[in-house]
Design a protein around this ligand. Sequence first.
Ligand code: HEC
Ligand code: HEC
Length: 293
Amino acid sequence: MAVGERDKISGQMTTGHEWNGIKELNTPVPRPVYFFLITMGGFAILWTVLMPSWPGINGYFRGLLGADQQAAVIQSVEAAQLERASWTSRIDSEDFAAIQADEELMTIVRQTGAALFGDNCAGCHGARAQGGPGFPNLAAAPIMWGDDPEIVAETIRVGINATSAETRFAQMLAFGRDQMLERADIDAVVAYVETLSKPDLVATTDPAVLARGAELFATNCAGCHGENAQGMTDTGAPNLTDGYWTYGGDHASIRHSVYNGRTGTMPSWEGRLSPTEIKLLTLYVLDLRAAQQ
Ligand code: HEC
Ligand code: HEC
């Protein structure tokens, strides 16, 4: 075997091998690489000894330090459940007025309620319960079914025009489509209803039409919407004087409501939400309303 010689160009030793005049430089692996490999290898061995590592038949090697992240997770989940159980049991057992008076519980209601509302209700009622076309504003509009907490909780539980056997039922009749009123009478009652929330329109509307509209309202509408059109919680018919509209307060929308009727569907939540969650949402919605007032 030929002995290595110094390469004239690079100044490095060759290995001494030669193939048709081509020689190979002797370039050993640099020391830092050995250092790196040895430290990392050492660390790896040390770590498998200290920490849970090798699988066995009936378990695994648990490591000399006894570290167990699963136990840590279980412990923190248990702690959270314990805390949750303590406030959910208070929400379950205390009555609405007591919870509303308790700032600490109401802070939980606001946080948990916002998440529950976002997941289940915001799709229809809007992120801040402000409503949208076809869906009532729950935060500010006068309530249709009553704002007693027990009533609101019941509305959420059974729904409106929903599939639950106990559902609330509310229907705006189709006075035009079902030929209960003549076209001219529909125009008159719509004109009258429009002036209830926009008094400025009285000056520009034919007094005879308004008088006819008022008369028609008393005979056809007051039974559900109330004598003064301010809504009736017994029928779930909304207030028509307040400027809040589920379906729109312009002439065309009101006319559409009166001509074709309206039957909004609020799902029933019993079975999908727990009684505690329904109670939380009731408190949350009423709290939003209180904040708007
Ligand atoms: C699929 C759409 C939809 C979803 C989802 C929905 N609602 Fe409703 N909700 C409605 C409609 C529509 C009405 C009005 C029905 C009517 O006008 O007859 C209503 C009415 C209500 C009312 C009665 C308001 C009043 O004036 O008396 C309450 C309270 C209510 N919703 C709360 C909730 C809560 C809380 C949730 C979430 C758990 C929710 N809703 C989810 C559509 C929805
Ligand atoms: C059988 C009871 C009943 C009668 C009678 C009735 N309404 Fe209604 N009306 C309702 C209910 C319930 C609603 C809410 C429907 C919904 O939200 O789905 C409603 C909704 C409306 C709306 C839509 C309100 C909004 O917020 O967009 C208008 C407008 C209206 N009614 C006008 C009238 C007029 C005018 C008459 C008489 C010609 C009349 N209603 C007769 C029950 C009735």
